[in-house]
Design a protein around this ligand. Structure first.
Ligand code: PLP
Length: 395
């Protein structure tokens, strides 16, 4: 038979914009094929190992036959208890382990599921820009609309709630925020969160707070859980991840906390699509939440040390860079005369140093790029030696 078979993906999938990270991968492939030694400052994948006590807990668990069956949809009772105690210890927040927690295979899938669970065609979801891409993907697939609010150095990377038109606020369903923020490295103030809670309450909007970088703050700063603030429980859910705090990105585990009715909705969406997170990964995560925290402190301290010397090396090249407040990312202006893709491509071609163009994080960000400090110190220094030798500076 020579009938030509053509089975097309759905219109929705075809309409999703090309993931710029996929294009970046193509650039890297081309550069490697030319024999270039790449130093990848584009990635957010933690470079360190998971603390050994956590690994040991997974090894013990995999030997137990009860770990081998399907996991519970909500997550193991021991895991939910550990989460509840963690929320009390770290934030002094009360979370009911039986009704206010859903285990996730990473925050990313949960954020997408939440948009799918709540968005009807034509609903508006609010997403500050730049943003971690998944914050918009669920809305697109659900045929919702997005209002982007620009995050700029002038507004301290906090969205201007007063700029939202009244009719848009009335149609809005979800408001996504992510602080500490990827890619800008910004943290939100208590005053901002208080204003946001009032806004969401007034307009009947579910506030979706992504706390994936919760523990990656420096200089004695601490993250705010939205539930520390009055009124949040009625209108918010909060996403947590093990990927950055415990160097567990490849294990795929996180959780969402919030009022029963919201958790039930996310749970309902999830149960239709997956079976939950592997039991042995949950057992490892229990250890992560209950072990002596100094085991995880070294992850943060390592980034803090790098952030200090990277800021100095950036300053030497003309960038107005300060040591980071949080996250592993410097968010920097491209030199005059460049857009973000042209600049990052030029740097890659000349030096083998990979940077992420700002445009990967939203349409308002074409004058910025992201530099990640997730490489060993020696490689970071080498990257800056190469930039200096190639005459790449901020002008
Ligand atoms: N949220 C933000 C802002 C992120 O940057 C990331 C990963 O880089 C995630 C969520 C994903 O977290 P997880 O690995 O738990 O899916």
């Amino acid at each position: 038979m020579n009938t030509k078979v053509e089975i097309k993906p759905s219109e929705k999938l075809l309409k999703l914009p090309k993931y710029i990270f996929a294009e970046l991968d193509e650039w890297k492939e081309e550069a490697r094929a030319k024999g270039q030694d790449l130093i990848d400052l584009g990635i957010g994948n933690p470079d360190g190992a998971t603390p050994y006590t956590i690994v040991d807990a997974a090894v013990e668990s995999v030997r137990r036959p009860e770990s081998h069956g399907y996991p519970s949809f909500r997550g193991k009772k021991e895991f939910r208890n550990a989460i509840s105690q963690w929320m009390k210890k770290r934030y002094n927040v009360d979370i009911d382990p039986d009704t206010e927690i859903q285990t996730l295979s990473g925050a990313k899938e949960g954020l997408a599921m939440t948009a799918l669970a709540y968005t009807n065609p034509g609903d508006i979801n609010i997403v500050p820009d730049p943003y971690y891409p998944v914050l918009s993907r669920g809305t697109w697939v659900a045929s919702g609309e997005i209002l982007h609010l620009p995050l700029t150095p002038e507004n301290n990377f906090l969205p201007d709630l007063d700029s939202i038109p009244e009719d848009v606020a009335r149609r809005a369903k979800l408001f996504f925020v992510n602080y500490p923020n990827n890619p800008t490295g910004a943290m939100a103030t208590k005053e901002f969160f208080e204003k946001l809670i009032k806004f969401c309450t007034k307009y009947n909007i579910l506030l979706v707070s992504d706390l994936a970088y919760a523990e990656i703050c420096y200089g004695g700063r601490r993250p705010i859980s939205i539930f520390e603030l009055e009124g949040a429980k009625d209108i918010a859910v909060e996403f947590h991840s093990f990927s950055k705090t415990f160097n567990m990105a490849g294990w795929r585990i996180g959780f969402v906390v919030g009022k029963k009715e919201y958790i039930d909705t996310i749970h309902n969406m999830k149960t239709n699509f997956d079976y939950g997170t592997s039991n042995l990964v949950q057992d490892a995560a229990v250890k992560a939440l209950t072990m002596d925290f100094s085991n995880a402190d070294h992850v943060r301290m390592n980034y803090e040390r790098r952030s200090n010397f990277v800021a100095q090396r950036l300053q030497a090249l003309g960038w107005d860079a300060k040591p980071l407040q949080a996250t592993m990312y410097f968010w920097l202006k491209v030199p005059n005369g460049y857009d973000s893709k042209t600049f990052c491509r030029m740097v890659l071609d000349k030096t083998g140093v990979v940077l992420t163009p700002g445009i990967a994080f939203g349409t308002h960000s074409d004058k910025f790029f992201r530099l990640s400090i997730v490489q060993p110190d020696a490689r970071l220094h080498e990257a800056f030696d190469r930039l200096a030798a190639a005459g790449i500076r901020f002008v």
